[in-house]
Design a protein around this ligand. Structure first.
Ligand SMILES: *Cc1c(COP(=O)(O)O)cnc(C)c1O
Length: 400
């Protein structure tokens, strides 16, 4: 038998973390890495944050899981806190981002069904999007690497170039239910929606009775320097999927909606065995205890600005390698000049300079540090990046 016990769907690298301390990961051989990947934007409070650790440990000892058949004081409290601090009137808790997206798609379809327009089932989605790996979520992206071999997928999606408002408007027809879009694309290449695009989708949704669904699984929860990325644009969605940072490392996601948008989600229409269990709620509460402290998001914005400025100073020294900086807050990406080298450069930084970053689409490497980084971490990252850029040798072109 040659298949590994762990299904081999990930090309895993040689870093094998066994411990985390704040903004650092420690590998099996005791080696330390500065973690500017943060579990792909998940470890918002870094590793081993005492408040989060204590909340989870205490809740685990008190009550870990009960069925959603029972009343949930823990779920009610966290949902209320999210509602009080967002556009939403109601929240469904999930265990992952993809499930939050699934709930968002179902909520949108049910809205039009409840309004007597069941033909309005199609969502306009965007090229290079990433919404997760369930069948519904891969149906909402046009990326062949995620779709190939899994067809037939869920019908009812139209794909338009990201930031192409005209293109999106041109796709609206009698069967359109709404738009599903990442406010800032993550996996696709760290491209922020332009203000005209995001506000234009909002306006079109209002004009045509459509729903605006935002996928803020990666860009939400403080990552861009606001609680939610759409706050930069002065608009609100009707439905929004969040996850990643929401549990600070505990598997948790949520689908947020306005009362109007959620009108079809009545008893029996949706569910989850684990979703919103007391342990997950304790993690979500602890994360908000920290994030909703006055000044937390402003500090993220400030750190993001410092990191961006440091990148801007670095780029001219290595303009053969780096092309441009993308993203918002502490969700930054640097586009590489030579085609298809981002993955190789990420490996170089990791293996030779102890700096963890993540590759993204469009030849971008992503920098997603814990939201609690200090100036010293920024200096250290820039030193490592600078040394890494100086020591980097482009991969040999494949022999023809
Ligand atoms: C990571 C991600 C998802 C999927 O989240 P999972 O927890 O892996 O299911 C969905 N949308 C966006 C924008 C993401 O970045």
């Amino acid at each position: 038998m040659s298949i590994t016990p762990l299904m081999p769907v990930y090309p895993r690298c040689e870093v094998r973390p066994v411990r985390g301390e704040g903004c650092y990961l420690i590998g099996e051989r005791g080696e330390r890495y500065l973690d500017f990947a943060a579990g792909i934007a998940v470890n918002a409070l870094g590793h081993g944050h005492p408040h989060l650790v204590k909340a989870i440990a205490e809740q685990a000892a008190t009550l870990m899981h009960v069925s959603n058949l029972y009343g949930s004081p823990q779920g009610e409290a966290l949902a209320k806190r999210i509602v009080d601090n967002s556009f939403a009137d109601t929240v469904f808790f999930t265990n992952s981002g993809a499930e939050a997206v699934e709930c968002a798609i179902k909520t949108a379809r049910r809205y039009h069904y409840a309004n007597g327009n069941p033909q309005r089932h199609k969502l306009i989605t965007f090229k290079n999007a990433f919404h997760g790996r369930t069948l519904g979520a891969i149906s909402a992206t046009d990326q062949p690497k995620m779709r190939d071999g899994f067809e037939p997928l869920l019908p009812g999606f139209d794909y338009v170039a990201f930031n192409d408002l005209e293109g999106a408007l041109a796709k609206i027809d009698d069967e359109t239910a709404g738009f599903l879009v990442e406010t800032v694309q993550g996996e696709g290449g760290m491209t922020a929606g332009t203000p005209d695009f995001i506000t234009g989708l909002r306006r079109a949704a209002d004009e045509h009775g459509l729903l605006l669904i935002l996928d803020e699984v990666q860009c939400g929860y403080g990552r861009t320097g606001k609680f939610f990325a759409h706050e930069h644009y002065g608009i609100i969605p009707d439905i929004m999927a969040v996850a990643k940072g929401i549990g600070g490392g505990f598997p948790l996601g949520a689908c947020l909606a306005t009362e109007e948008a959620a009108k079809g989600m009545v008893f029996g229409t949706h569910g989850s065995t684990y979703g919103g269990n007391p342990l997950a709620m304790a993690a979500g509460m602890a994360v908000l205890d920290v994030m909703l402290e006055p000044g937390f998001f402003d500090r993220v914005a400030q750190m993001g600005e410092r990191l961006r400025q440091a990148f801007e100073q670095l780029i001219p020294n290595h303009d053969d390698l780096f092309e441009e900086i993308r993203g918002k807050g502490l969700m930054l990406g640097i586009k590489m000049k030579e085609p298809a080298v981002a993955r190789d450069f990420v490996a170089h930084l990791r293996d030779n300079h102890g700096l963890l970053t993540v590759a993204a689409g469009e030849n971008v490497f992503r920098v997603l540090p814990p939201l609690v980084i200090e100036d010293s971490h920024i200096s250290e990252a820039i030193e490592k990046l600078s040394a890494g850029a100086a020591s980097y040798r482009l991969p040999e072109p494949p022999a023809s």
